[in-house]
Design a protein around this ligand. Structure first.
Ligand SMILES: Nc1ncnc2c1ncn2[C@@H]1O[C@H](COP(=O)(O)OP(=O)(O)O)[C@@H](O)[C@H]1O
Ligand SMILES: [Mg+2]
Length: 259
C-alpha cells in the first residue's frame, strides 16, 4: 500500500509560532490506520501546540497536515470531519446534566441519539446511574469517560487525546487504556500525548519523543529502548539495573525540570 492509503494522518514540516517564539519546529510524523501513536515530551515540548494545529484551532506558520487524504489547508472541513478531539482541559458546563451534555454534542456532530442508544452509551461507560447527575458532580475519572465518549460519539477515523489519563487513579487509567485500545480495535486510530512512559509502553504502537518543539526520535517503544540500551548516558541514568523507556527519555531530553 502507498502512504496515502496507510496513513490516516500526515504531518510534514510543521511550524507553529506564538509571536516571535517558535513552539513547534519542523515537526514531521505520520499516524497509520489502526494505530495508537503517542507524542511524548516534557512540559512545554510543543505537544498541545502540535495537536491544536492538527485540530485547526491554531494556524500553523507553515507545514502540511493531511487527515484521511484531505489537506487541512485546502479542505479544512473535510479534514476536521474525520477527527474526534479531547482537549487537554476539557470541561463541559458543570451545571448541565450528563444526558444533556451527550445530547448537546450528539446534536453538534449530527449523530441521532435515541433513548435506547443513550442508555446503552451510559451503560458502556459505567454511568448508567449517573445520567441525572450534573457533569460537575462527577469524579475526575467519570468526567474523563464522558469526554472520551463525546470525542468518539461520531465514530471518527482519528481520535486526538491530549494527556487523557493525567490525574487519574490506576484503576481509571487502566480502564481508559482499554477504551483507547477499543478505538483501535474498531479500525480507527488514536494520537495521544502523555508524559507517562509507562503509558507509552503500555498502549502506544509507536511514539515520537519531542522536546523544545523538535522531534528527537520516532519508533516503537521497544525499538527505542533497544537502540539506546548500551548508550553510556542511558546506563548512567538507569535505576536498579534495568533500562526503561523513561531512562532513554531522560537521557535524550535532559534531567532539568521544566516549568
Ligand atoms: N498561547 C500561547 N502563547 C505563547 N506561548 C505559548 C502559548 N501556548 C503555548 N505556548 C508556549 O509554547 C511552548 C509549547 O507549549 P505546549 O504546546 O502547550 O507544550 P506541551 O503541550 O508539550 O506542554 C511552551 O513553551 C509554551 O509556554
Ligand atoms: Mg500540553
Amino acid at each position: 500500500m502507498d502512504q496515502e492509503s496507510t496513513n490516516i494522518l500526515t504531518v510534514d514540516g510543521l511550524n507553529v509560532s506564538y509571536g516571535n517564539f517558535q513552539a513547534v519546529q519542523n515537526v514531521s510524523f505520520d499516524v497509520r490506520k489502526g494505530e495508537i501513536f503517542g507524542l511524548l515530551g516534557p512540559n512545554g515540548a510543543g505537544k498541545t501546540s502540535t495537536l491544536s494545529a492538527i485540530e485547526g484551532l491554531l494556524k500553523p506558520q507553515s507545514g502540511a497536515i493531511i487527515v484521511d487524504g484531505n489537506n487541512a489547508k485546502e479542505k479544512p472541513l473535510h479534514a476536521r470531519a474525520s477527527l474526534g478531539v479531547q482537549l487537554q482541559s476539557t470541561s463541559f458546563q458543570p451545571e448541565l446534566y450528563v444526558v444533556e451534555v451527550l445530547q448537546l454534542y450528539a446534536g453538534i456532530y449530527g449523530v441521532p441519539l435515541s433513548k435506547d442508544t443513550l442508555t446503552a452509551m451510559l451503560k458502556d461507560i459505567n454511568l448508567e446511574d449517573s445520567a441525572t447527575k450534573k457533569f460537575g458532580q462527577l469524579s475526575g475519572g467519570q468526567q474523563q469517560r464522558v469526554s472520551l465518549l463525546i470525542a468518539t460519539i461520531h465514530n471518527p477515523r482519528l481520535v486526538l487525546l491530549d494527556e487523557p489519563t493525567s490525574g487519574l487513579d490506576p484503576q481509571s487509567r487502566r480502564q481508559l487504556w482499554e477504551r483507547i485500545e477499543a478505538i483501535r480495535e474498531k479500525g480507527n486510530a488514536v494520537l495521544l500525548t502523555t508524559h507517562s512512559m509507562e503509558e507509552a509502553e503500555a498502549v502506544c504502537d509507536r511514539i515520537a519523543i519531542i522536546d523544545h518543539g523538535k522531534v528527537i526520535i520516532i519508533d516503537t517503544p521497544q525499538a527505542i529502548i533497544d537502540k539506546y540500551r548500551n548508550d553510556p548516558e542511558v546506563i548512567s541514568v538507569s535505576r536498579r539495573g534495568k533500562i526503561t523507556l523513561e531512562d532513554v527519555f531522560i537521557a535524550l531530553t535532559g534531567k532539568a525540570i521544566r516549568a
